[in-house]
Write a protein that binds this ligand. Sequence first.
Ligand SMILES: [Zn+2]
Length: 384
Amino acid sequence: MKRIGLLSAVFFLLATLVVASQPESGAYIRVVDVGAGLCCVAKLPDSHYMVYDAGNYVDKGKSAMKAIKEMIPDDATIDLLVLSHSDSDHNGAVPDICRDYKITKILRDGLERTTKVWEAANAAIVAKAKDEGCEDVNLKHNPVAPGTRYELGSASAVFVCGWYDLPKDWVPLHPNEQINARSIVIRLEYAGKSVLFAGDTVGRHKGDPDVNACIAAEQYMVSNISAVPIHSEVVIAPHHGSDAASSQAWVSAVAPDYVIFSCGHKYGHPWASTAQRYLDAGVPLLNIFRTDIGDNEALDPHDVDGKYEWSYGMNKEGHKAGTGDVGVWIRPDGMLTVSYLVDKSIAAKSWIVPATQPTVQPSTENECRPPAARWRLFRRHRCW
Ligand SMILES: [Zn+2]
């Protein structure tokens, strides 16, 4: 009995270490499960840090802040805080980040909103700039040229695009599309690999039956590709996997090996049509990750009949916020690993592959092959 107790303790300790440990070298990017929102934390060599978006307003940015605290020491400086755009699901933890960390530079689109979340974030940023000399790069006053490079030690963050004043020649956009299309897109480069952070950028009108449609920001990025490359091994898919982005042309230009959808129980994210465009572009099925690790349709008021949401990877026992973080690790030699950081609390739950799964199967040609165990909870994919 004692022996079993000891073994259990050792197993528990090892499991805790596996879940909690972070790679010690290279670049490590954590896409935090913040529900229907976005927060990515990048821990880069030589104590450089970037945070891209600050999580959801629903939990007041708490899940985002918890992950940030786990990855960035209290006395460290965040080199770059990028706020893709002004929506509340991307700005929840801004006041807390400003309160707890030194920040060298904050990049934001500058659109003024009347939401409490935006007002709190704006006030915190303005105070941070005034009191501590943090550089507030507000695109309203300081447009940034696409291709501008921010050096973060041996890594770089490249400003791909982002606007306060939208280009006049874009097709008329819905007011919500206008907000999202401003999104600041960043390509993080390290060791010959790159990760693309696309905010809620716009590339299609949602539900457009034309699969070839490519508009607005994504059209700009595709046409500007010779000046500012967007090809990336990993893409944090725009707009939580909405059909309003990830246009076919843009997906082809990014040509990712891995796709991460940051999503929760809202708006049917990620849309099946969006996932299909990545699959059609040759992304292996098991190289697509989602922070909701499968949705419980009944909890999504926007997709009660399961009409839109991609159902592949559902967990039949539903989802619990905070359990679907995804880690991207780029080693100094360029080896890339993407994996779920699965919480022990869901380890006992069983996975199902729904009948509505896409017909496209993982490419056997792709050199970044997933492991044989299809539903291994802590799965690792390696790609050289
Ligand atoms: Zn969003």
